[in-house]
Design a protein around this ligand. Structure first.
Ligand SMILES: *[C@@H]1O[C@H](CO)[C@@H](O)[C@H](O)[C@H]1NC(C)=O
Ligand SMILES: *[C@@H]1O[C@H](CO)[C@@H](O)[C@H](O)[C@H]1NC(C)=O
Length: 458
């Protein structure tokens, strides 16, 4: 182990969506593996759900539970992201005091955070940050006002790219990103966070998006550190052994590379018509599939989704619909899986490409549209054709897209690209290099202790 005087103390302060925790924890483990101390601050429920680090890392990672203040409208115990998100943000802002107290007493060298207003560590791509742009554009400048404005390449992006939202994507999230029930908009938070930090780190690499990373340097005029893609290291061990046993049994019975894995994260739920078309498209494709279908988003969600009549009987044997948590990594790692119908959340993309799975893209929310464009223009993923104005799909387009990417000669490029991406997305040495690069910088630029922490506005 390195000289202890050389070791850093880093506090990680996390937004409450569970999806944000995993990449942070992954980075925490990598850093702790090198002897650095990490304090991991989040809501109690989220911390309880996290997989525990291995015993060798336990002494170096301390989990700090921040109790959420009560905010009107905030459902009791609803500490992970759901539709009450604006109120959660308000609660998050109210964490100021406990967080300030923690920082006062623990005096970390660096703070990493992703959402609040110094390392700004984004789990999103460079394309996403680059598209959102400089702080002035995020903090309420006049440059972008309408949903339409978000469907075009912004004027600070000087290279040709298709990275922009599509109409139906931005329409769905526009009110959320420009809404200000918590006092300021999401965009403002991003802008303020990137403006006040000392460096910006993001889950990315020069192999994936060099043009966006150099754009970020230009627009923010501060150091930009891609920290690598944080590929999964250990197949998940949490969750039920029994359910994995039966999933594995089914996967084992399928031919190599033939199964489509279908999952779109814990925050998205398709509408009734959408769901019907996806189901009938899967049926029509004739391909074997494993579909993780959450019928409800948490206990507050009363509208459970309903599959088309007779669907499950008709696809029995060929397709599985699974209504609870699955060990996604183990499924993606299984040889029978050839492709992944995904919402294009960045974690899912990284996981799939670490295992050479071809991508069929169907976006729902948030940054997913921009991730999808980035992948589409590199032919790393194929978007299911949709109606531009309402985002609807037909069963035919679902089936054709699946067959194109999984089996047809015309879609060979998508299968080959997925294979080419493995060394870029899944290589441990590449990951190590990016991590060391960041750590060296943090060590060299560590602030002198016992002065007040600099410019941290939480
Ligand atoms: C929030 O948005 C409303 C409507 O656009 C606006 O009138 C109000 O000033 C905004 N509040 C803040 C704090 O920005
Ligand atoms: C796309 O959706 C819009 C709005 O629902 C509808 O008016 C239009 O006819 C659709 N276009 C196609 C080609 O289906």
């Amino acid at each position: 182990m390195a000289d202890p005087h050389d070791n850093l103390q880093v506090a990680m302060l996390l937004w409450l969506a569970f999806g944000h925790m995993i990449p942070y924890l992954e980075l925490a483990k990598l850093m702790a593996g090198k002897g650095h101390r990490i304090s991991f601050l989040s809501a109690p429920k989220n911390i309880d759900r996290l997989p525990k680090p291995t015993p060798d890392l336990t002494p170096l990672i301390s989990f700090v539970k921040l109790r959420l203040p009560t905010v009107k409208h905030l459902l009791q115990g609803a500490e992970a992201t759901n539709n009450k998100i604006q109120h959660l943000k308000k609660a998050y802002d109210m964490l100021q005091e406990p967080v300030a107290q923690f920082l006062e007493s623990s005096d970390p060298d660096w703070i990493m955070y992703d959402f609040a207003p110094s390392v700004f560590f984004s789990i999103m791509t460079g394309a996403f940050l680059g598209f959102l742009g400089p702080a002035w554009a995020l903090k309420g400048g006049d440059y972008r006002k309408t949903p339409e404005d978000f469907t075009k390449r912004p004027n600070w992006v000087l290279f040709p790219t298709s990275v922009a939202f599509r109409h139906f994507e931005i329409k769905k999230i526009f009110d959320a990103v420009t809404g200000n029930a918590s006092g300021v908009t999401d965009l403002y938070r991003f802008g303020a966070g990137q403006e006040s930090c000392d460096i910006i780190a993001l889950r990315s690499s020069y192999e994936v998006e060099p043009e966006w990373l150099s754009l970020l340097k230009d627009i923010h005029t501060k150091p930009i550190f891609p920290i690598g893609l944080l590929p999964p290291r250990d197949l998940e061990t949490r969750g039920e052994i029994d359910s994995w046993r039966s999933i594995k049994e089914w996967l084992d019975s399928q031919k190599k590379g033939t199964v489509v894995y279908v999952a779109y994260g814990s925050e998205a739920k398709p509408g009734k018509i959408e769901l019907t078309e996806i189901a009938l498209g899967l049926e029509l494709s004739g391909l074997p599939f494993f579909w993780v279908l959450k019928t409800r988003l948490g206990s507050a969600d009363t509208e459970s989704v309903v599959l088309p009549d007779g669907f499950e009987e008709r696809v029995r044997g060929r397709g599985v619909v699974w209504d609870s948590w699955v060990p996604q990594l183990k499924i993606l790692a299984h040889d029978s899986v050839g492709g992944f119908l995904t919402h294009a959340g960045w974690s899912s993309v990284v996981e799939a490409l670490s295992f050479e799975r071809a991508l069929i893209l169907f976006t729902f929310l948030a940054d997913q549209g921009l991730n999808a464009r980035l992948l589409e223009e590199r032919q790393i993923g194929y978007p299911i054709p949709r109606n531009e104005s309402d985002g609807s799909v037909t069963r035919q387009s679902v089936a054709e897209s699946l067959r194109l990417v999984m089996v047809e000669e015309k879609g060979r490029v998508y299968r080959e690209k997925a294979k080419e991406m493995r060394p870029i997305f899944g290589d441990k040495n590449v990951q190590e290099r990016y991590l060391n690069n960041l750590l060296n910088y943090l060590k060299e630029h560590r602030p002198v202790k016992h002065t007040k922490s600099k410019g941290i506005t939480i």
